[in-house]
Design a binder for this molecule. Structure first.
Ligand code: NAD
Length: 247
């Protein structure tokens, strides 16, 4: 029960990594607020939690909309009275295209959700957090290495890492920790299209462990960063990608 008496907000909680983390957090004693733009999927996560005897609430939020993110923070306070953990995880992929073919609209859509959404989550939640709280932002290995054909995605995730380090410095004195995770390829809806491509056999084995990751394997790392077990770690980005493949 590493999260006993803790209250957590999980954005993108209707999807693979967010849902797996929500289930893990509840197993460890947390009460969770699931937010997602997809109502059906978010509510399904809440039902799964309740079937297991946990306490959860769904709030529909588009993370790119400031008023909705502000309401998420306020509704969590009204329901549970505090926020100990923010898993800022909602995100979208980019359509694969060479950089000159990316329209300004497509660029802005990805940046608005993946980067501005993470900023807004921290902007509205941090002032409500007490010392000892923990924030985990979802970046990507694409934000460290870059990834061809997904320029907006890679740039958004790289900026999440910089934002994480900045927030960690600003709030360290208050003992609010801010870390990021950088997953490699994880088996969730976001990679469904890739699975149909001829590149999949190569992509899906291009790491030291020669396989894709499972959402639960990310959830375990998020649990560590959310819990007091990581109490002297802040501003870091934990890479969870099956290891570099050195040929
Ligand atoms: P997913 O598609 O299953 O989950 C993403 C969730 O975010 C979905 O439920 C979706 O509805 C929600 N969402 C999308 N736009 C939103 C918005 N504007 N407001 C609120 N919610 C929104 O995929 P996932 O793999 O679980 O993705 C979770 C995070 O992990 C994302 O930030 C993604 O970029 C990141 N990530 C995933 C992988 C991977 O290979 N699966 C790798 C690296 C990083």
């Amino acid at each position: 029960m590493r999260l006993q008496n803790k209250v957590a907000i999980i954005t993108g909680g209707g999807g693979g990594i967010g849902r797996a983390t929500a289930l893990k957090f509840v197993e460890e004693g947390a009460r969770v607020v699931i937010s997602d733009i997809q109502e059906a999927k978010g509510s399904e996560t809440v039902s799964m939690i309740k079937e297991r005897g946990g306490d959860a609430l769904f709030i529909k939020v588009d993370m790119s909309k400031p008023d909705e993110v502000q309401s998420l923070a306020e509704a969590t306070m009204n329901t549970f009275g505090k926020i100990d953990i923010l898993f800022n995880n909602a995100g979208v992929g980019s359509m694969e295209k060479k950089l000159p073919d990316v329209s300004l609209e497509e660029w802005q859509q990805v940046i608005n959700i993946n980067l501005t959404g993470v900023f807004l989550g921290m902007k509205y939640v941090i002032p409500k957090m007490e010392p000892g709280s923990s924030i985990i932002n979802t970046a990507s290995i694409a934000g460290i290495k870059g990834q061809k054909l997904v320029s907006a995605y890679s740039a958004s995730k790289s900026s999440v890492i910089a934002l994480t380090k900045t927030a960690a410095t600003e709030f360290g004195r208050k003992n609010i920790r801010v870390n990021a995770i950088a997953p490699g390829i994880i088996d969730t809806d976001i990679v469904e299209d890739w699975k149909k491509s001829e590149k999949w056999p190569i992509l899906s084995t291009a790491n030291a462990l020669r396989r894709v990751g499972k959402p639960e394997e990310i959830a375990n790392a998020v649990l560590f960063l959310a819990s007091d077990e990581s109490s002297f770690i802040t501003g870091e980005t934990l890479i969870i990608d099956g290891g570099t493949l050195n040929l």
